[in-house]
Write a protein that binds this ligand. Structure first.
Ligand code: IPE
Ligand code: IPE
Ligand code: MG
Length: 226
């Protein structure tokens, strides 16, 4: 599959999807959460090893509290609802981002899912309360706290949330926007970038197949010649 191990999704357009239907943005997020669940099942069935999803950014706190609360509760409920499925399908949950914003009970539940799935090879990486710049600064500060005065690439990568995961091969952003919005800045260094006007709640199996077919045609040179 042209070395396709890791797909990273910027799930964008929930709000516009809802607005087009005269519905609340919350409704768009509900449909977005459904699309996420479907794509997880389908993508792993295609033998992709790692899936990352941008679920909530450090910048998304600037939205109205009601919308933020809705997104957070949808994510949490979806995780709780699908815990058994993750175990059954042998998918390891990784959370990239700062969980300290959750109350103790919720945080513990998330940590339990991480613990119960920790031995599995396939990885579902949910980027929650995540920002690429924050992640890089956090790695730098961890290095300093450890008393390191130099780090090489391997050491630096081991200090990122994505420690041990392969780099991103393919970024898929829905809704027509063509930017990274502070997503996995280090990990996308050589990723192929796929942008589609499809709004996230409408992104389905066929849309993913189209993206992968596009990716298969890329000539990945990594700075060399081919
Ligand atoms: C993506 O959809 C979901 C999150 C950012 C959490 P948006 O809510 O950004 O939808 P648009 O971009 O306003 O349409
Ligand atoms: C990126 O979408 C963040 C997530 C998908 C979680 P945004 O809608 O927040 O990004 P901008 O504001 O359009 O760059
Ligand atoms: Mg958006």
């Amino acid at each position: 599959m042209n070395g396709l191990k890791h797909i990273a999704f910027i799930m964008d357009g929930n709000g516009r999807w809802a607005e087009q239907r005269g519905k609340s943005r919350s409704f768009g997020h509900e449909r977005g959460a459904r699309a996420l669940e479907k794509i997880v099942s389908f993508a792993f069935s295609l033998d992709v090893a790692v899936l990352s999803f941008y679920a909530f950014s450090t910048e998304n706190w600037s939205r109205p509290k009601r919308e933020v609360d809705k997104i957070l509760s949808l994510l949490f409920n979806s995780l709780v609802k699908n815990t058994e499925k993750l175990i059954k399908k042998q998918i390891r949950l990784v959370i990239s981002g700062d969980l300290s914003v959750l109350d103790d009970v919720k945080r513990q539940k998330v940590l339990d899912v991480i613990d119960k799935t920790k031995g599995f090879d396939k990885v579902l990486n949910i980027c929650f309360n995540y920002g690429g710049r924050n992640e890089i600064l956090r790695a730098v500060n961890t290095a300093l706290e450890k008393g390191l005065d130099r780090v090489d690439q391997d050491t630096f990568e081991s200090l990122l949330y994505t420690n041990g995961l392969p780099p991103v091969d393919l970024v898929i952003r829905t809704s027509g926007e063509q930017r990274l919005s502070n997503f996995l800045l280090w990990q996308v260094a050589y990723a192929e970038m796929y942008f589609t006007p499809v709004l996230w709640p409408d992104f389905d199996e066929g849309s993913l197949k189209d993206a992968i077919a596009w990716y298969q045609e890329r000539n990945r040179r990594f700075g060399g010649l081919k």
